[in-house]
Design a protein around this ligand. Structure first.
Ligand code: FES
Ligand code: FES
Length: 195
């Protein structure tokens, strides 16, 4: 080996560590775990923390089964690195009910049979919670006719719900009931706010 090449090899930086201890704030509880930096939030939840309510469908951001709330916003956890979720507030389907009292969106899915096999349901419910918040905050969707801020939120019609929930697929085709459940939960929230 030439002296120059040997010097270059000696100067090469040591390989950086590929894992770290992280603390995730999940459903109001802090959980510390070592993770490989490539671990997705979905795998950390399911495989490391035994929070299997969040489902893996496609594992590539296309089905919505893995949807969780991150700082109140919906995100597909299969495309989110666990290390990047540190310090943020993560809510999974396990964290929605208050004791024996289901979250109103969970209750609406139950009341209106918004599922068949139930595999997509945790993602549908987390997404629906965010949809209702996004709509109440005046966010338009691709089917909103009047997107001027002064027009205010459009009515949360079936068309609006279908569009806003379009990232969540249901292989059982329970869409009709899912749309009804989201509409009922949104209505209940509006009534509660007005009371
Ligand atoms: S499993 Fe994440 S979007 Fe399908
Ligand atoms: S209820 Fe079976 S996939 Fe949606």
């Amino acid at each position: 080996m030439s002296g120059t090449r040997e010097r270059r090899l000696n100067m090469a930086p040591a390989p950086s560590s590929t894992s770290s201890d992280i603390t995730l704030n999940i459903n109001g509880e802090k959980r510390t775990l070592p993770v490989d930096h490539r671990t997705t939030l979905l795998d950390a939840l399911r495989e490391r923390l035994d929070l299997t309510g969040t489902k893996k469908g496609c594992d590539q951001g296309q089905c919505g089964a893995c949807t969780v709330l991150l700082d109140g916003r919906r995100t597909v956890s299969c495309l989110q690195l666990a290390v990047a979720a540190e310090g943020r507030e993560i809510t999974t389907v396990e964290g929605l009910a208050e004791g024996d009292r289901l979250h109103p969106v969970q209750q609406a899915f139950l009341d209106l049979d918004g599922y068949q096999c139930g595999y997509c349901t945790p993602g549908q419910i987390c997404s629906a919670i965010a949809v209702i918040e996004e709509h109440a905050a005046g966010w338009p969707s691709a089917v909103t006719d009047d997107v001027r801020p002064e027009a205010g939120p459009p009515p949360l019609s079936a068309e609006e719900i279908r569009e806003r929930m379009s990232g969540n697929l249901c292989r059982c085709g329970a869409y009709v009931s899912i749309v009804q459940a989201v509409a009922q939960a949104a209505e209940a929230k509006t009534e509660e706010a007005a009371a």
